[in-house]
Write a protein that binds this ligand. Sequence first.
Ligand code: SF4
Length: 382
Amino acid sequence: MKYIDEFRAGALARQIAAKIASEADPRRDYHFMEFCGGHTHAISRFGIIDLLPDNVHMIHGPGCPVCVLPIGRVENAIQLAQMPGLILCSYGDMLRIPATNGMSLLKAKAQGADIRMVYSSADAIKIAQENPQRQVVFFAIGFETTTPPTAVAIQQAQTLGLNNFTVFCNHVLTPSAISHILQSPEVRQFGLVPLDGFIGPAHVSVIIGSQPYEYFAEEFQKPVVIAGFEPLDVMQAILMLIRQINTGRAKVENEFTRAVSLEGNRKAQSLVAEVFELRRTFEWRGLGWVPYSALKIKSSYADFDAEQRFRISTISIADNKACECGAILRGVKRPQDCKIFGTVCTPENPVGSCMVSSEGACAAHYSYGRFRENNHVAAQEN
Ligand code: SF4
């Protein structure tokens, strides 16, 4: 298949692996964070860790939109769904996220709430058109990749005069999360998460461009390589990061030149700027309250804002005490460090969000189980 097969070629993977092995300096370690859950999934699925020398360590980042949404926002969505007559539209993964008292959107649906699984914001618009007598709320989540389609849906609803359609907005921002990690006590103060560089997400960067990462390279002296999600993309990015470290450089490099440009997709950016504005702060699972890390709907589109229409209040709920998702999302722990990984907590019965989405680190480890015990950075090892 074009643009897939050629990026999964085994012979090429072995060539890049040989270059990584010969160029990685055996006198030092390399610690790279793959920010995005898509990369975590590719690393697990294609056994990339098995192709890396022991001194090249990959650390999972918080770039899984399902994983980082705090329980309070899921609880908000459940409460919305339980309102009489309301239809809540949600992406499939969100349905299984555990909230409080063993509840989830899926259980709320089983108890009678009208929750519809959709593949896009356009599906939610269609449901609103088909049900003019009922309120339809789209539970919008995701990083910069999924924000433009939500903006399109809001503008479309306005054009169509759909007064029964609103969006519960939970869109979050990649650069703010990377900044927060780099300034966290675990990285700066305690050295629990040694970080030498980042693999940046391709799909997000198609929208925002490579420019926003330059701040991390310059201010924190951490190289960033934007990479696609196929195994050769990830391996090439690791090689590019090693080369930067070896030559003392901290630059933003773009491995995914087939779709990412310096400035990104200007049309999508202006669409997002037209409909959304920055929130002063937003709660992330694992990272806590992160300033200017999420978007809300502008007052000019308030008619389509579920938080305004239904007066949704902020709820903060702590994670299940046994769950280590927070530490995993900060790169401090690995899935195997969780005492209930693979026993009490499985994809069929997830206790935390990292086991729900296929992009979650726990689900990736559980599904592919290819990680060598000694290859991930855990707090205990430092
Ligand atoms: S295995 Fe389950 S409970 Fe443990 S950290 Fe992962 S998601 Fe949380």
